[in-house]
Design a protein around this ligand. Structure first.
Ligand SMILES: [Zn+2]
Length: 179
């Protein structure tokens, strides 16, 4: 089985739970503003837009890969299963692309919750070190090895998409060696 389905789905579940909680807490009552700084909520209303965009991307990908599939109307958390179900007949390459997308969304969900350490669980695609760090502004994983530079002498920087592709490819190579 390819991919970390439980991870991506669990992260989405957490994200959704955080958002729901945030909604329930509602606006701060007046007079409590002085305490606001003590626990900044990692989640904001942009989370709803974020989740909608992630779901839309998944649906778009699935319907492009498997034309004729009806638009998805189920609950958000069933999305990844739905996508796998409707693309299970495709070539291994297409399925790998789907898994890379699901995996990338898992990384994005974690980062949306403030956990940027997920990028450190991937080796740098250039030097193989485990010293990647998340660059918030550029939204890329930056290699911290001073010698790890591209031809122009710049530090290597990787998109989450690239890390996800490498991860899924490595995993699939392991699987095929094992069988
Ligand atoms: Zn590197």
């Amino acid at each position: 089985m390819l991919g970390d389905d439980t991870t991506t789905e669990n992260r989405l579940r957490l994200l959704q739970a955080e958002f729901t909680q945030h909604q329930r807490r509602g606006p701060e009552p007046t007079g409590r503003t002085a305490t606001r700084a003590e626990a900044p909520a990692p989640i904001d209303l942009g989370t709803l837009d974020y989740m909608a965009a992630a779901a839309a991307e998944m649906v778009r990908h699935t319907r492009a890969a498997a034309p004729g599939v009806d638009p998805y109307t189920g609950p958000l958390l069933g999305l990844y299963d739905w996508s796998r179900e409707h693309t299970a007949h495709l070539t291994p390459e297409r399925q790998q692309a789907r898994e890379a997308l699901i995996y990338r969304q898992g990384l994005e969900h974690a980062i949306a919750m403030g956990d940027t350490t997920v990028v450190r669980k991937h080796p740098c695609p250039a030097c193989g070190c485990w010293g990647l760090q998340w660059g918030e502004g550029e939204r890329k994983a930056v290699c911290t090895q001073h010698y790890c530079q591209d031809a122009g002498g710049l530090t290597h920087r990787w998109t989450l998409e690239r890390l996800a592709r490498e991860h899924v490819a490595a995993k699939s190579a392991l699987t095929s060696r094992a069988t």
